[in-house]
Ligand binder design. Structure first.
Ligand code: NAD
Ligand code: MG
Length: 398
């Protein structure tokens, strides 16, 4: 009988958070929800707390925390607030496993704290690894924490690579490994006339053909900066140079990525595009549990297409490769500029086709620095956000 795992979900009200709770509910005997956290959605967090009875609930926003506290006054759930609260539930001695599913760079500090505390960390928050990859992987090695990738492509790579591949290739030969093929659907604008990208709305950008996701990652998928972030994520996660990773458009999102070996073998992980597959895989690893995902029906899908991406249509792919090759704070700058550009787009201030230009201009306008501590990462991030904000003000005035 497997011991019951005590779990903190950072970002439980989001798309990944909700899918995680769905898998937990299907496998109730194996997991206990220790803590749930959210930014400011009091109603949804209160509902989740009533259903899963966590010991702690954390709201980033203090005023929202006060409202949650009164809403849960008749329960045993203790309500905490702010970054200290997030860190407390990410590192608490009773916690075995932390699902890192906050969106954006704001998720870095509590995720890093969970790694340093030696927790089993399920990483959805790719921005954390993009920003602090070297530091993060060094902390993983030092604390001995188990780091499992939730991002579907990295989860696929993890399933197809030799065992214990996380952080491995930097120092060892890779067991016949040749290269990775990172697949991406190409998003909703794969065939849109580039001249029309100036007019697309947030609703159109968020209407992903295959995946139901939060707004930020949906826009990232439409610009394909998501694939650039994933390239960087894979480099850090497995200790690989960017040249070992090829990006391939695969519109059906059935093959979630592939690993090629020196003997000509190619291992692919396939499945319906449903994040409950990688989530359940990581929750139960090294076992497998029911995820509630329908069986893959290849006869109905009938065809799987692959082609190389058009870099003129998706300039963010080139920016991602350049950023990881440059190293230092370049990925931090790319990520920060993208977060601000996407927020501006969702708010109606920035045009969709301006997002890559804002990222490129921020990378040009911000010196790259080395980063040896979390404080240095956060300082580079803050500076890049200032630069990006200035560039956005200038672009949107024009
Ligand atoms: P989402 O927007 O649906 O949810 C984000 C969660 O983070 C919410 O619970 C929200 O309350 C919390 N949050 C937001 N801002 C916060 C703040 N300032 N402080 C504290 N908490 C805050 O996002 P999502 O789609 O679930 O994505 C979460 C992460 O997982 C992202 O990093 C994304 O790139 C990654 N990811 C998502 C998917 C997917 O299918 N949704 C797939 C792969 C990777
Ligand atoms: Mg992904």
């Amino acid at each position: 009988m497997t011991a019951v795992q005590s779990i903190t979900i950072l970002g439980s009200t989001g798309s990944i958070g909700a899918s995680t709770l769905d898998v937990i509910a299907r496998n109730a005997g194996r997991f206990r929800v220790f803590a749930l956290t959210a930014n400011n959605n009091v109603d949804q967090l209160a509902k989740q707390c009533r259903r899963f009875s966590p010991k702690f609930a954390v709201m980033q926003d203090a005023e929202a925390a006060a409202r949650l506290k009164s809403s849960l006054a008749d329960t045993d759930t203790r309500v905490l607030a702010g970054s200290d609260g997030l860190e407390e539930v990410a590192t608490h001695e009773e916690v075995d496993c932390v699902m890192a599913a906050i969106v954006g760079g704001i998720g870095l500090a509590p995720t890093y704290a969970a790694v340093r505390a030696g927790k089993k960390v399920l990483l959805a928050n790719k921005e954390a690894l993009v920003m602090a990859g070297s530091l993060f992987m060094q902390a993983v090695a030092e604390s001995g924490c188990v780091l499992l990738p939730i991002d579907s492509e990295h989860n696929a790579m993890f399933q197809c690579l030799p065992v214990n591949a996380v952080g491995r290739f930097e120092n060892e030969d890779g067991g016949g490994f040749a290269r990775i093929v990172l697949t991406g659907s190409g998003g909703p604008f794969l065939h849109t006339d580039p001249a029309r990208l100036a007019e697309v709305t947030p609703a159109q950008a968020c209407a992903h053909p295959n995946w139901q996701m939060g707004q930020k990652i949906s826009v990232d998928s439409a610009t394909m900066v998501n694939k650039a972030l994933e390239l960087i994520e894979a480099c850090f996660l497995f200790g690989l140079p960017e040249s070992a990773i090829e990006i391939m458009i695969h519109p059906q999102s059935i093959v979630h990525s592939m690993v090629q070996y020196c003997d000509g073998s190619v291992l692919a992980q396939m499945g319906n595009p449903d994040m409950r597959t990688p989530i359940s895989y990581c929750l139960a690893w090294p076992e497998r549990i029911d995820a509630g995902v329908p069986a893959l029906d290849l006869a109905t899908i009938a065809r799987l297409d692959f082609h190389v991406p058009d870099l003129a249509r998706f300039p963010c792919l080139k920016l991602g490769r350049e950023a990881i090759k440059t190293g230092g704070s370049a990925p931090v700058i790319l990520n920060a500029a993208n977060e601000l550009a996407v927020a501006g787009f969702l708010a109606g201030a920035v045009r969709f086709d301006q997002i890559p230009a804002i990222i490129a201009a921020t990378l040009d306008g911000q010196p790259v620095t080395g980063m040896a501590t979390l404080e240095e990462v956060l300082a580079a991030d803050a500076q890049a956000r200032d630069t990006a904000a200035r560039i956005i003000r200038k672009i949107t005035r024009e």
